[in-house]
Design a protein around this ligand. Structure first.
Ligand SMILES: *[C@@H]1O[C@H](CO)[C@@H](O)[C@H](O)[C@H]1NC(C)=O
Ligand SMILES: *[C@@H]1O[C@H](CO)[C@@H](O)[C@H](O)[C@H]1NC(C)=O
Length: 186
């Protein structure tokens, strides 16, 4: 088994599901015997080992639950705050005129955001240190032909495409999503 695969597998197993993984990466890396691999990589240079720390920690954290400890929230044993942005348009957008031929509902200027636009905002938020997104069109999507439910009882499967992509990209970026299921704004 390759070192990277072994590290990811044991890190994932050790992470469990409760969000508390204090110093897991440190203890994991320091527990690797220096003779685990024969040949030119024996012993591992510290620099080589260290290059695994940040990626493993990021993967652990994006797959762990945020857990409550008294009055605070923890992720991987560290205090977690729900700082982030209101990106309401991840499911349905009205800021952009889509390319010709793309779904568009002129009375509300409604269109689906492109996958690139969704990925870009996740990148931006992550770089700025954001950890959450509130996005009402992921949960509230009714009343026009591009909505999840254009009319009561009628489901528009196409609307899930951008919603699914947004949830997937949030996971990839370690960003938690608030998707309101009711809204009194519109
Ligand atoms: C959880 O809260 C208790 C009481 O405030 C504190 O002593 C402890 O250090 C906290 N645990 C973590 C992992 O922060
Ligand atoms: C749609 O967008 C156009 C161009 O930005 C704008 O002039 C128009 O007022 C918008 N319509 C609605 C319903 O917001």
């Amino acid at each position: 088994m390759k070192l990277s695969a072994a590290l990811f597998a044991s890190a994932a197993a050790a992470a469990g599901v409760n969000g508390s993984t204090p110093s897991i990466v440190e203890s994991l890396l320091s527990s690797i015997p220096s003779n685990v691999v024969k040949g030119p990589f024996n012993p591992f240079p510290t620099q080589f080992i260290n290059s695994y720390k940040a990626p493993i920690q990021a993967i652990l954290e994006r797959n762990a639950y945020v857990a409550r400890n008294g009055s605070e929230l923890l992720l991987s044993g560290t205090r977690w705050t729900a700082a982030g942005a209101n990106v309401y348009w991840l499911g349905l957008d009205e800021n952009v005129q889509p390319a010709a031929g793309q779904p568009f509902y002129a009375p509300y200027n409604a269109s689906y955001p492109t996958k690139g636009r969704i990925t870009e905002i996740m990148n931006t938020l992550q770089v700025l240190g954001g950890r959450t997104i509130r996005s009402q069109t992921l949960g509230v999507s009714v009343g026009n032909p591009l909505s999840v439910m254009p009319k009561l009882g009628e489901v528009n499967e196409q609307a899930f495409d951008t919603i699914d992509w947004a949830v997937y990209q949030a996971r990839q970026h370690g960003i938690r999503v608030f998707a309101p299921l009711v809204s009194r704004e519109w």
